[in-house]
Design a protein around this ligand. Sequence first.
Ligand code: GFB
Length: 354
Amino acid sequence: MEKDSKIYIAGHRGLVGSAIARSLNALGYTNLILRTSRELDLKRQAEVEAFFARERPEYVFMAAARVGGILANNTYPADFIYDNIAIQTNLIHASYINGVKKLLFLGSSCIYPRHCPQPMKEEYLLTGPLEPTNEPYAVAKIAGIKMCQSYNRQYGTNFMSVMPTNLYGPNDNFDLETSHVLPALIRKFHLAKLTLEKDRECLARDEAQYGSIPGDIKAALGIACPSRLTPRVTVWGTGGPRREFLHVDDLADACIFIMRHVNATAAAASNSDIINIGCGQDLAIKELAELTREVVGFEGELVFDTTKPDGTPQKLLDVSKLKGLGWEPKIGLRDGIRRTYEWYRQSGKDTGSS
Ligand code: GFB
């Protein structure tokens, strides 16, 4: 990949796509092709084909997808399977037709079986039943991997698939009903702090910026009843499930590293055309909640809402393949949470709490 190569980042406004765009810009790549979903609807095959024929990108990062946390996956299964299959099918096929030199497809660690041996190696794909809360999303992602592998085998394309662990960072979704756990915890602890400080102006601004706060959370935080002295932060599930978290800037760095240094044909020969991307360490959700509480600086109570699903008991990736290629993450979890909290407060223009 040359500095002036035509590089298309699908989904450049999302958590992952925006991080890849930032990294490529910082590295001096000057010819990025970017389209918002309003400008190009990736679910429409004809639009995608016309766009590829016109722009002829040489490299494609596939960061466009419908994503969400455990509740969003469980509530909107049709949207998760339809949108993802449509988007990836259009992008992969148009990349083949238009001679894209290399494509990077982003999967997810939820493609591995619910009761997968830990840490999860790439070869454990399709060795057991999936986690029900995100099966439609996982099936779509598995179809994307198989599509890349099939096009490589039949047409000699250079389409790599990477499996990131749970990600977080700038431009994440902080909506409390559809987000992943880490942005949800950051926001809930921050709202709890504002509630303690009786900062109703900042609370209103936060709601306008990041989406409305559900009634049950408002009640627990004491927003609905300001006379309560100690707001409580509700953590979904038992707090027992274990997850691995990677800052999205590390993920972007790994994706660019793989785009530059790994080729699917050579990788397939050694069964390496799927590569896990993670940090190789996990922690329990309860521990994550304690760490986030510390970083945000909230001293109130934690309560566990066991009516909400736990999901997969553990998701820890085996990252030895990526390590063996010479890549390692740089951002530790505490520092990553601190940076994300800072970003969240800056982008919400919230100066109410420090
Ligand atoms: O991040 P999360 O939604 O996704 O939830 P998954 C991880 C764990 O955190 C679950 C718990 O055990 C949740 O019950 N949790 C605790 C919370 N409090 C909260 C909260 O306030 N919000 C959320 N969202 N969770 C998703 C998949 O699974 O991970 C997707 O559904 C995708 O398909 C993504 O693979 C990476 O790790 O359970």
